[in-house]
Design a protein around this ligand. Structure first.
Ligand code: DP6
Length: 392
């Protein structure tokens, strides 16, 4: 009977774990990578539904590193819903972000699957056991909420038969048509998470509705579109950041005048220009807009009262090095070679094309020599292609 049901409702990789007929356990594992925004999300117009004050656009990094992998299990025998992050059990606060995401997924399971076919197991009424791991390099110090909530949403959605993620990560991956619908849920876990449900180049459209039904992620171009584009992550500081994104962005909304003009006069045109640049694989425009938007994001942080500082002296030195490299390159060839961008912390992400990776790493090592004996190379630099989420 279980096998029949599973065949009828293929939901990614679902395993039937126990032999007890009274309490079968269903399980799905999914993984999602980190994404790095080129047009930054900073500010909410609704803090509960997580509706942003502006649209944003990011690149999903390749699977190799910096991803979250989440296994979700459902059984009528589980006494309560539990969550483990990197092996440590977390408290699930009623009404908080995770609880809201799970409530939405249960509602979708009930409406889209169980109400349509009363013979399927009522997973929406069963408790869940969820375990999530980040494979981040030990010293990455990079945000995990985007990949974490994306992997969690993808795995519970697949468990509930709400989408059809492929069984194995592969280059033939294409996002399920309803990943945008799932992005509505991941968004309520952490805004930037909605973009990690897609691979490649992803826009989060801010939407207009007060209920958030149109505030979702769409894929601008798949990861195969621009294979020569890479992201080099330079770990400047692996510690926890001072002001969290969630708290910082609301301070900005409340106090920054500059944010108002950014939202109204700047971001809408940048969204369309960078989309054009990506579609045309125009690195010069892509790089210029990316750097300008990072600069403006940190300018609105400075315009927040009291001000928020995420960049440090090393971050600013990296900006100076990349700026000088680009100046020399424009003089010689007319083209930019690299684009820096910084999120809510001092670590730099440098976008560049394959042929320039070596030059950039050599240049950075010149200024910031690494003691290879004390600090393995991998902890300080990480290189990524453009990637996609998957079921494992
Ligand atoms: C600077 O998505 O972490 O990385 O929605 O409150 O969870 P919450 O915030 P979060 O903010 C990310 C901010 C950013 C820019 C970006 O990724 O677009």
């Amino acid at each position: 009977r279980m096998h029949e049901l599973l065949e009828k409702y293929p939901v990614g990789k679902v395993s039937y774990l126990t032999s007890s007929l009274m309490s079968p356990v269903y399980q799905v594992t999914a993984s999602a990578p980190v994404n790095i925004a080129c047009i930054k999300y900073w500010g909410k117009r609704d803090t509960t539904l997580i509706l942003p004050t502006n649209s944003s656009l990011s690149v999903t990094l390749s699977q190799d590193n910096l991803r979250s992998t989440t296994t979700s299990r459902s059984s009528s025998s589980f006494e309560k819903t539990r969550l483990w992050l990197n092996g440590v059990e977390e408290v699930i606060k009623p009404g908080a972000r995770l609880d809201r995401c799970l409530a939405e997924l249960r509602r979708m399971r009930k409406e889209n699957v169980e109400d349509k076919d009363p013979s399927v197991p009522k997973l929406s009424t069963w408790n869940l056991h969820i375990a999530s791991y980040n494979n981040f390099p030990t010293a990455a110090g990079l945000a995990s909420s985007a990949s974490g909530f994306a992997a969690l949403t993808a795995s519970v959605a697949a468990l509930y038969g709400l989408n059809a993620f492929p069984q194995h990560p592969s280059s033939s991956y294409s996002p399920p048509a309803d990943a945008s619908q799932l992005s509505l849920i991941a968004r309520q876990g952490s805004g930037s998470a909605c973009r990690s449900l897609f691979g490649g180049f992803v826009a989060w459209e801010m939407g207009k509705d007060s209920n958030g039904r149109d505030s979702l992620a769409i894929q601008v171009a798949p990861e195969s579109h621009w294979p020569s584009l890479h992201a080099l992550i330079c770990v400047v500081n692996s510690g926890k950041k001072g002001t969290s994104s969630t708290a910082g962005m609301q301070e900005t909304v409340l106090t920054s005048e500059l944010l108002k003009s950014r939202i109204k006069d700047v971001v809408p045109s940048r969204m369309s220009s960078i989309t054009q640049a990506i579609l045309a694989k125009d690195f010069d425009s892509f790089a210029k807009i990316t750097m300008q938007d990072s600069n403006q994001f940190h300018a609105v942080c400075l315009d927040t009262f009291p001000p928020i500082f995420y960049l440090n002296d090393v971050s600013r030195a990296i900006i100076a090095i990349i700026t000088e490299l680009n100046r020399v390159s424009v003089e010689a060839t007319g083209h930019l070679v690299a684009a820096y961008t910084f999120d809510a912390g001092p670590n730099a992400v440098i976008y560049t094309e394959s042929e320039n990776i070596k030059t950039i790493i050599q240049l950075l090592l010149n200024y910031f020599p690494i003691d290879f004996a004390a600090s393995p190379f991998n902890d300080s630099f990480q290189l990524f292609g453009v990637g996609h989420p998957s079921a494992a």
